[in-house]
Ligand binder design. Structure first.
Ligand code: PAF
Length: 280
């Protein structure tokens, strides 16, 4: 396995690869969720590339860019053991050679970003779409693997690929959970012991909502009220319901409903997200 930190070496390496390329874009601090994406990429392609880049342009000024965990050595080990061919871990100066300020950006439409995470994280999805587009171009990947935990990100990237005719297949991968159902996230390592216990109530609210949705008469309001009760002690940013195909906010729950939650923990203010389809 090669660990490359610059674009010239990556291009050289890519030009010598034979067969299909599967890309797993990450910001590192790899966990079992990433591992499932990586294993899928390895199994479905002749070559798997993992990018590890804490992308500064997708963080807001008061967000956790500086403290975001960086652990290239253990991440590389995980990739090597999984059978990855290339880890691409570029420096910021490689990705944004002409500076971050004068960058040509890909800006997803207002309709896709003016809700859910995009509402509080202004500019976040411009940063995500732009870096992902760069990674697609640099790696010449045939397939790219994204987790469904970041549901709005996945929707936006799928739309970008359709709108801009990227020649790449996007493979959505299921959320991976701890045994007690906490969705895996690199940010879970910020949690104190008591916050970790509290954070469990996010997935609990989703599983309860799924149960409630089985009763035909259930309203959005009733699900929200029940979820807020379960999540007491967490600072809830949103509890929302979208159509899984269009990502339009729904007034009523139906068979296409994806329920999404974002909330912060009380002490470390860790922002956690999770989601679940209410009907199978
Ligand atoms: O989901 C992530 O880790 C990041 O948003 C991504 C897709 C790697 C872009 O920086």
């Amino acid at each position: 396995m090669k660990i490359l930190d610059n674009i010239a070496d990556l291009k050289k390496e890519i030009s010598s690869l034979k067969g299909s390329i599967g890309l797993v874009p990450t910001m590192g601090a790899l966990h079992k969720g990433h591992q499932s994406l990586i294993e899928k990429a390895v199994n479905e392609n002749d070559n798997a590339i993992v990018s590890i880049f804490v992308n500064p342009i997708q963080f807001g000024i008061n967000e956790d860019l500086d403290k975001y965990p960086r652990c290239l050595a253990s991440d590389s080990k995980l990739c090597e053991e999984a059978g990855v061919k290339i880890v691409f871990a570029p420096k910021i100066s490689q990705m944004y050679a002409e500076g971050k300020e004068n960058l040509t950006l890909i800006c997803p439409p207002y309709s896709a970003v003016d809700k859910l995470c995009g509402k509080s994280r202004i500019g976040h999805f411009d940063g995500v779409a732009s870096v992902v587009a760069k990674l697609f171009n640099l790696t010449k990947a045939n397939r790219a693997y994204f987790g469904q935990k970041d549901a709005q990100q996945l929707f936006i990237i799928q739309k970008m690929v359709r709108d801009l005719n990227f020649d790449i297949e996007i493979i959505p991968c299921p959320i991976v959970r701890e045994e007690d159902n906490l969705a895996l996230s690199s940010r879970n390592q910020y949690l104190t012991k008591s916050e970790r216990a509290l954070a469990l109530n996010i997935s609990k609210a989703l599983f309860e909502a799924k149960k409630l949705a089985k009763t035909n008469t259930i309203t959005k309001r009733a699900v929200i009220d029940n979820s807020l009760k379960i999540m007491e002690g967490l600072e809830v940013e949103y509890i929302e319901f979208v159509d899984i195909n269009t990502f339009e906010i729904q007034d009523e729950i139906n068979k296409n409903t994806l329920m999404l939650i974002a909330s912060r923990t009380p002490e470390t203010k860790t922002r956690l997200i999770d989601n679940m389809k209410l009907f199978d």
